[in-house]
Design a protein around this ligand. Structure first.
Ligand code: G3H
Length: 538
């Protein structure tokens, strides 16, 4: 305990580089509704980082954000509804090339704000400098890729088809008004992976940043205002219950786009008076397992399980949250894995070579401790000497073994630094567990014999949506489909799929008559319609 605490003291305070210090709290006064940056004079909420600015531990006030309520939530909603204007608004009817131009303007401005966003990512959610930079760059790349993909989509629609004597000009059209809610662990990337495809397809949006990872949106608010017509993107701050609930109750939301957990998703969708009208784009919880077979390359499996279970302290929906190891190799795996966990470097996000960083949720160390204590009471042991040591803002990852199904850590999505390990004799055991689980996002499978792997891959592909062979689970590269079964997701997100998730096929059909032909020819010639157009986007 003492060693760990001393280590934290060494890495904070005087080791904060000057350009990362919080010289004064950032007071976010403005919010964006109907194209206007309005000034907030009502109650505010403190944004507190669990990272200390001083050697003596004390959380840091990073800034303040508006704590808005129903009135402002509904104002934002009205602005989005008006901008959509029953599909007749400027934005949903705009030429694809013009919408792309707005998006290009936005991403160019966004790129200039990288340093501010990265700094806030570190302070607000404790993400390491490297990972914060990666989150920013990955988001920029996602936006450029989305623009390219949308061009392709549009090129494919720049034509007529004829079947059964009927011409059809088929495109993908917007759905309406989107409520966009992102998570704290990827407050920029995952939120924008919803918001960007939603708006580029012609929808309008109300966007409420997550409770943590909220101030980092501040440097970008102006970019939204500058780049899109009024009402297309409306940004409000406050608690989910105060903002999202009242918005859903109006029944005016067409798409609920949320990365979070199924409890909030269910609560919100249940508030919509006509759930049949509501499209859901949801990325939810998961309990991705790793399965280590007796012939696995153990060093590789251990390295991948370390990254899979503990990158960003396990606060990823794709994190490995339970590890099944064949009983023939479990002892070797456990001793090497436990040693590798204790060899990780803990420190503040800007510290060199750091992999474990402070947890942004003040209650998280205590929650993880509860899971550990419950497992110990029911017969598990902590395999690594540092496991479970607590400081003010951290708890060292405990490797727990043998984990049993009656333990909380087996059932609950820990979303933090603790690694449960189970052993198995028969591969059917982890397969049955996965089939019985509420989740179905991904699995990591470690082994080498193709005769063993082949039937397993075929089964696992039907239990989850991504089988990672000899590698940890992850969302990226973002061009690949990101989805899940059961309580893990609704709809698919990838650069390509997200454009589909936020749109619907809609088309103009015309019987092959002289009158219709003449009309179509004139429509193309005069370019009066943005929908009926065979222009090829370059
Ligand atoms: O929290 C869930 C994220 O989608 C995980 O993304 O696998 O790239 O860390 P990642």
């Amino acid at each position: 305990m003492e060693v760990f605490k001393r280590h934290i003291m060494e890495t904070t305070a005087y080791r904060i580089p000057d350009h990362f210090k919080i010289s004064a709290p950032l007071i976010q006064k403005e919010y964006l509704i109907n194209g206007e940056l309005l000034e907030w004079n009502g109650p505010t909420a403190d944004v507190i980082s669990t990272i200390s600015s001083t050697q003596e531990y004390s959380p840091t006030l990073v800034g303040k954000v508006p704590d808005m309520a129903e009135k402002e939530a509904l104002m934002a909603l009205d602005a989005a509804v008006d901008a959509y204007d029953k599909g007749q608004g400027v934005w949903p009817t705009m030429k694809v090339s013009d919408r792309i131009e707005c998006m290009e303007k936005f991403v160019r401005i966004m790129e200039t704000r990288k340093d501010e966003v990265v700094k806030l990512l570190m302070w607000e959610i404790g993400k390491s400098l490297n990972d914060s930079i990666k989150e920013f760059d990955r988001t920029i790349e996602y936006i450029y890729d989305t623009i390219e993909d949308y061009k392709n989509l549009d090129r494919d629609s720049a034509k007529f088809e004829k079947n059964g004597g009927v011409y059809a000009h088929i495109r993908r059209g917007p759905l309406g008004v989107v409520l966009c809610l992102g998570p704290y662990n990827y407050p920029l990337n995952e939120t924008f992976c919803l918001l960007i495809p939603a708006i580029i397809m012609g929808n309008t949006a109300v966007f409420k940043p997550a409770k943590q990872g909220v101030l980092l949106i501040s440097p970008l608010i102006e970019a939204f205002k500058e780049s899109f017509p009024k009402g297309v993107v409306n940004i409000v701050f406050g608690r989910g219950r105060a903002i999202a609930g009242p918005i859903m109750k109006t029944g005016k939301i067409d798409v609920l786009a949320l990365i979070g957990n199924s409890l909030s998703a269910n609560a919100l969708q249940n508030q919509h008076p006509k759930s049949n009208r509501l499209r859901l784009v949801l990325g939810l919880e998961a309990k991705n397992p790793a399965i280590v077979l007796p012939d696995a390359d153990l060093d590789l499996a251990i390295a991948e399980c370390i990254t899979g279970a503990l990158s960003f302290n396990g606060q990823r929906c794709t994190a490995l949250k339970v590890i099944y190891v064949h009983s023939d190799v479990v002892d070797v795996f456990n001793s090497k894995f436990a040693a590798a966990v204790d060899a990780l470097k803990y420190g503040n996000p800007w510290d060199e070579g750091v992999s474990l960083t402070p947890l942004p949720e003040p209650g998280k160390p205590a929650y993880i401790k509860e899971l550990i204590d419950d497992a110990l009471e029911k017969g598990a042991e902590i395999l690594n000497p540092k496991g479970g040591e607590k400081s003010e803002n951290y708890i060292w990852p405990a490797v727990l073994y043998p984990v049993q199904k009656n333990m909380r850590i087996y059932e609950e999505e820990q979303f933090g630094p603790v690694v449960p390990v189970l052993s198995f004799d028969d591969i059917q055991e982890p397969l049955d567990d996965m089939a019985a689980s509420n989740y179905g996002q991904q699995v990591s499978l470690f082994g080498s014999d193709v005769y063993t792997l082949a039937p397993l891959i075929d089964t696992l592909a039907n239990l989850v949506c991504r089988v990672n062979l000899n590698s940890s689970c992850q969302r990226g590269p973002d061009v690949y489909p990101f989805t899940g079964r059961k309580d893990s997701a609704v709809a698919t997100l990838s650069v390509h799929d997200a454009l589909r998730s936020f749109s619907i096929r809609t088309f103009v059909a015309s019987k092959d008559t002289n009158l219709n032909k003449e009309i179509l020819e004139k429509l193309l010639e005069t370019k009066l319609s943005n929908f009926i157009s065979t222009d090829y986007l370059l």
